[in-house]
Write a protein that binds this ligand. Structure first.
Ligand SMILES: Nc1ncnc2c1ncn2[C@@H]1O[C@H](COP(=O)(O)OP(=O)(O)OC[C@H]2O[C@@H]([n+]3cccc(C(=O)O)c3)[C@H](O)[C@@H]2O)[C@@H](O)[C@H]1O
Ligand SMILES: Nc1ncnc2c1ncn2[C@@H]1O[C@H](COP(=O)(O)OP(=O)(O)OP(=O)(O)O)[C@@H](O)[C@H]1O
Ligand SMILES: NC(=O)CC[C@H](N)C(=O)O
Length: 566
């Protein structure tokens, strides 16, 4: 029988000293629980993913010092084995580092394993910094068990019998009793189920119990949900740690089975995870909390237009940080409807958020007038529309500068896709909460937030009103864009493509095929395609957004700007 402690922790990238302290505290808990083995996540020592910090000698020196501190701590708990993820120097040619797994015990490194498969797709770029490890299986006897070791991507390619491309093959040949996989696996909708399918499948195919340990926390645009789990060959997924929170707990591994610390069968793991909207909500809350905390912000400011995007952003921010840490600013102009102020007042009252009024009509008029000398006439048309958005963006940045609030930008994925936003205006901000949600999903998540609260936190009037930028008289989004239910299906196919769930993909494909049955539909799809391509320059200058889908704007979609698109 082996006692294993899962350390699903929220590490901060670069905070080696803080991460060491977290790991030591978890190891002390493990020792109290008489554990034989504690398992930390991939690159736990430096946090995942440190990017080009890995090129900096002082950073690598701190990593080395951190490892020395861990070794020393392991000497003080001699009966505990520590499975630790850390960068380590290579000895051969190529890149100077391996992405490694180390087993520490009694003050020494008992084993080192270098990750073999380095992901370089989507948001991952590990080959930029690391040399792949040799295709050797690493197995260590700990107590009564032979433990095989893998690192994240190593376990994602379990198809085909080629040793070089499938580390599972060689590991299976080494006949461990148990496989431990350490991970830094970002979450997006459907990811938990995908992990269960992949690792559950490998467990069954190779007849190997697998313990999968993930990190938790938000790192810039990427959020890790934790959700560490255990898989058995016959029973499937038998244990799952909670999502979006830290969790340090000890399991027993006895006769090929995972049991709770007191020897019971763990609670049943449901096949289905959180409903999509609740998943979005929790992912965004953790993403904002960790971004604000790590960057040293306590409070955020949001322009409150009385529209759905700013309303949802305010509601999520209030849930993540507490309403006392959220400030709304309503900035009526000549073209603002009375609802823009009244609905903002109702919203902020519901949320318990303070709302300041900062009218911009005079600022806009004065500013527009100033152009008469050089333009021969005051500003009008699109430049005047954008001026309003830019003045609002400037006002919001002044609040940010004056009070140290983080400005949250409110763009959704539909607008960001087609560039329906003003550069240096409503695109201002440090972080976007809903930038990976299509507009139709913004409505769905707003309804979900209300349902969950058991009351209309976001006033029904805001949910019911027709989307409008309110930058010109009577302006409506549908005058410039296809209706959102149409636009979103086209965008899903263009941007997410096969990364959509099977059901979403089928639905979008059928919808767009029907749309393209006539010339007008074909022209619409082509127009959207061109808008998406032409607006890459706006996205490149936009603030980071929290990722909730497999393909989010940012590092996961790298497109050229100055190219011929179609
Ligand atoms: N390839 C390229 N590389 C770098 N820069 C490039 C560029 N192409 C244009 N530009 C620059 O970008 C400028 C045009 O962009 P920009 O100034 O933003 O202006 P623009 O995209 O022309 O207009 C903004 C649009 O967004 C709508 N809007 C604004 C605000 C809020 C909302 C909403 O509902 O949320 C909608 C508004 O009604 C209007 O249709 C050009 O004047 C040029 O300076
Ligand atoms: N009158 C206003 N007062 C305060 N902020 C505003 C106002 N109008 C626009 N904004 C800010 O600019 C962002 C873009 O607003 P706009 O109304 O143009 O488009 P939108 O994408 O439909 O957003 P929303 O649904 O929040 O209205 C808003 O989310 C808000 O942060
Ligand atoms: N850190 C990694 O190797 C992550 C890659 C892996 N496929 C995942 O997304 O979970």
């Amino acid at each position: 029988m082996l006692r294993i402690t899962i350390a699903q922790l929220n590490f901060t990238v670069g905070d080696i000293e803080g991460n060491v302290a977290r790991m030591v505290a978890a190891a002390q808990q493990a020792a109290r629980e008489q554990s034989d083995l504690i398992v930390f996540s991939e690159l736990a020592l430096c946090g995942y993913y440190p990017g080009d910090m890995l090129d900096e000698p002082p950073f690598l020196q701190r990593v080395q010092d951190g490892l020395a501190a861990l070794q020393q701590a392991s000497a003080e708990l001699p009966s505990l084995h520590w499975v630790v993820g850390a960068p380590t120097p290579t000895t051969g040619p190529g890149k100077r580092l391996h992405n490694s797994l180390l087993v520490l015990q009694g003050g020494t490194v008992r084993l080192q394993y270098a990750k073999q498969l380095l992901p370089t797709y989507n948001i991952f770029d590990e080959r930029r910094h690391f040399e792949p490890g040799p295709d050797v299986a690493k197995v260590l006897r700990i107590g009564s068990a032979q433990v095989g070791l893998l690192i994240c991507e190593d376990g994602w390619n379990d198809h085909g019998a080629d040793y070089a491309t499938n580390p599972f093959e060689r590991l299976r040949d080494a006949a461990p009793d148990l496989v431990i996989s350490i991970n830094a696996s970002p979450s997006h909708v459907g990811k938990r189920e995908q992990r269960h399918q992949i690792f559950g499948g490998s467990s069954r195919r190779h007849g190997l119990p697998i313990l999968y340990v993930n990190q938790v926390g938000g790192h810039d645009q990427v959020v890790y949900d934790g959700a560490s789990f255990a898989a058995e060959p016959e029973a499937g997924i038998v244990f799952e740690a909670p999502r979006f929170v830290e969790d340090v707990r000890t399991l027993r591994f006895d006769n090929g089975h995972f049991l709770t610390a007191d020897g019971q069968a763990p609670a049943r793991v449901p096949a289905e995870g959180l409903p999509t909207m609740e998943f979005y909500r929790q992912q965004i809350l953790l993403g904002l909390k960790d971004y604000a905390r790590r960057c040293g912000f306590r409070q955020v400011v949001v322009g409150s237009s009385g529209g759905i995007d700013s309303a949802l952003t305010l509601a999520l921010a209030a849930q993540a940080l507490g309403p006392e840490n959220v400030v709304g600013i309503t900035m009526p102009s000549r073209y603002s409807s009375s609802g823009s102020v009244d609905d903002s007042v109702a919203l902020c009252q519901n949320l318990g958020v303070q709302l300041h009024t900062h009218p911009i009509a005079e600022l806009v008029a004065g500013y527009a007038q100033q152009f008469e000398g050089s333009f021969g006439q005051p500003l009008q048309g699109l430049p005047l529309e954008n001026l309003q958005a830019r003045i609002r963006g400037t006002v919001l940045m002044e609040y940010s500068n004056a009070f140290g609030h983080l400005l949250l930008t409110t763009g959704n994925k539909s607008e960001i896709s087609v560039g329906y936003c003003t550069l240096y205006g409503d695109t201002n901000g440090g972080l976007g909460l809903i930038g990976d949600l299509y507009k139709t999903e913004v409505f769905a998540l707003s309804r979900h937030v209300n349902e969950q609260a058991g009351r209309a936190l976001i006033p029904q009037a805001i949910i019911d009103k027709e989307p409008s930028a309110e930058l010109a008289p009577g302006q409506r989004d549908v005058d410039s864009l296809p209706p959102y239910p149409v636009l979103d299906e086209v965008l899903k196919l263009l941007i997410e493509g096969e990364r959509l769930s099977a059901a979403e993909h089928l639905a979008a494909q059928a919808f767009v095929a029907q749309l393209q049955a006539d010339d007008a539909g074909r022209a619409l799809v082509q127009r959207v395609r061109i808008m998406v391509a032409r607006n890459e320059y706006k996205r490149r200058q936009a603030p980071p957004i929290l990722r909730v889908r497999p393909r989010a704007f940012g590092s996961g979609r790298q497109m050229p700007i100055a190219a011929k698109y179609v």
